[in-house]
Design a protein. Structure first.
Length: 179
């Protein structure tokens, strides 16, 4: 007799959290929920890549678990001859999402001067301009919805391109026989 087990699709839950945080950020124009949105988008994407890799590539955990997310994505798409373009949306957002996630996961105190120079990021607070970090500029309510939409689009594209069992968007876990 095969025993029933519960399979948890953690990436789906992470995406649902990102969607809720984005909605709250938009409703209240909150930076904190915008920060949470982008971090949970990164969690959802990496979770999806681990899900797909584990389902499709033998010994994924032994061989690829420790790779960076972009390397995981390239490994999966190269293996199945799926063409992605990092220079166009939605995959253009992939590197940005993980760059911001890494800045927030490995925070460092930075000193900024007020000297104007090309490429410098400025944040307007009231009537004052402040030199800023890239994440400060991107973790705004106006951007959080785009990050969620791009994350959803990347996952949908990969779901359609890879030979995976299709998981409905609302499903975060299910009982299955004989995992």
């Amino acid at each position: 007799m095969t025993e029933a087990q519960r399979k948890v699709y953690t990436y789906r839950h992470m995406l649902m959290v990102a969607e809720r945080m984005s909605a709250q950020a938009k409703e209240n124009n909150e930076r904190d929920n915008s920060i949470a949105t982008i971090v949970f988008c990164a969690f959802a994407l990496e979770g999806y890549l681990n899900h797909a890799g584990e389902e499709l590539i033998p010994r994924w955990n032994d061989r690829f678990e420790k790779l960076k997310p972009k390397a995981k994505l390239i490994m999966l798409t190269d293996h199945y001859r799926v063409n992605i373009e990092f220079g166009t949306l939605p995959f253009q957002a992939f590197s940005t999402i993980f760059a911001v996630r890494n800045q927030l996961a490995h925070p460092k105190t930075k000193k900024h001067n007020y000297v104007e120079k090309k490429g410098k990021i400025w944040l307007k607070v009231g009537t004052t301009k402040w030199p800023a970090e890239r994440w400060e500029n991107l973790c705004k309510a106006e951007y959080s919805e785009n990050f969620v939409e791009n994350t959803q689009a990347m996952i949908k594209f990969l779901d359609n391109a890879l030979p995976l069992k299709k998981i409905p968007n609302f499903l975060v876990s299910e009982n299955v026989l004989g995992i």
